[in-house]
Design a protein around this ligand. Structure first.
Ligand code: HEM
Ligand SMILES: N[C@@H](CC(=O)c1ccccc1NC=O)C(=O)O
Length: 276
């Protein structure tokens, strides 16, 4: 006899009850995979990007909440959120293993169908970059045709970045963050600052005395570590799949992505290691 879980109480009747699919909007989620070609690998490509966007959505949600917690002096909750964000990036990093199963020939079967669309136009990716402090306003331009997205990205630039909030917090904790840093125009990209390096050096020379600042710093380093791995996985996958062809988004492709590997989100936190 086959086992019937309803004999153990499993609910089988959802005529008038909220089910799994109702709660999670599964119909809507699963009706959004619409390949443009008959190439077998296009489904992989779509699912890979859509799942990445879902994880980015959660990362943005957590980043926003972590930043608010830091601004209101609730560091313990922020630390937990920052840990989760690093784990999300770990997840995104593992996902490249699935995409890497697609060979250049397989990708060439549908690449032309992508037109000029590219991950370069992912607004959530740009919002993450802006939230963590990589603020290049030129990157708003591909979104000019979508006012509601422009508004979200501009609102992001109008908020202090995660790093700016951390620096304000460690100032409140008594560390010597320069006044010019605290009153800077936070919509602008971060510039490496000697005074901030001095403040972090004080933290790293005596972590026990500056434990909260130390924990925040190490969480940021951890996050950037995972983010760097994401960029590296991306550029390596791209080289593997399209070599040195130009990107559909119009950039040089690998040359552009290699340049992005040089981005440093929290430069003083990397420099401080040398200064110890
Ligand atoms: C075969 C797979 C992939 C290829 C060949 C590829 C290729 C590229 C290229 C060439 C660029 C540079 C912009 C351009 O000119 O198009 C780019 C940018 C980008 N791609 Fe991909 N990509 C792939 C997979 C992915 C995946 C899975 C994601 C995850 C969401 C992603 C997200 C991005 C993002 C966010 C950018 C902008 C990066 C930045 O501006 O720093 N890509 N991609
Ligand atoms: N830029 C890629 C195309 C690409 O990967 C892509 C195209 C549409 C939507 C997302 C994409 N992913 C990352 O850029 C290429 O040049 O082949």
């Amino acid at each position: 006899m086959t086992y019937d879980p309803s004999t153990d109480g499993a609910q089988m009747d959802f005529q008038r009850r909220m089910s799994y699919g109702d709660y999670l909007q599964i119909d809507r989620l699963l009706s959004a995979q619409l390949p443009l070609s008959s190439a077998h690998d296009e489904m992989l490509f779509i699912v890979q990007h859509q799942t990445s966007e879902l994880w980015m959505k959660l990362a943005l949600f957590e980043l926003d909440a972590a930043r608010a917690r830091i601004a209101s002096d609730n560091t313990p909750e922020a630390l937990k959120m920052l840990t989760r964000i690093a784990r999300i990036f770990e997840q995104l990093n593992s996902a490249w293993d699935v995409l890497r199963t697609m060979t250049p020939w397989e990708y060439s079967q549908f690449r032309d169908d992508l037109g000029q669309s590219s991950g370069f136009q992912s607004w959530q990716y740009r919002a993450i970059e802006y939230a963590v402090g990589n603020r290049n306003p030129t990157m708003l331009r591909p979104h000019a045709h979508r006012p509601e997205i422009m508004a979200k990205l501009e609102a992001e630039l109008a908020r202090p970045s995660l790093y700016d909030e951390v620096l304000r917090r460690i100032f409140r904790l008594g560390l010597p963050v320069p006044e010019a840093v605290l009153s800077r125009d936070t919509s602008q990209p971060w510039q490496m600052d000697e005074g901030v390096l001095t403040a972090w050096a004080e933290v790293y020379r005596d972590p026990a005395r500056h434990w909260e600042a130390y924990e925040l710093a190490e969480k940021l380093v951890d996050f950037e570590d995972y983010f760097r791995r994401w960029r590296f996985n991306h550029v390596t996958t791209v080289e593997r799949v399209i070599g040195f062809k130009r990107g559909t988004g119009g950039t040089g492709g690998v040359s552009y992505l290699r340049r992005m590997l040089e981005v440093e989100l929290f430069p003083e936190l990397w420099r401080v290691r040398t200064a110890l």
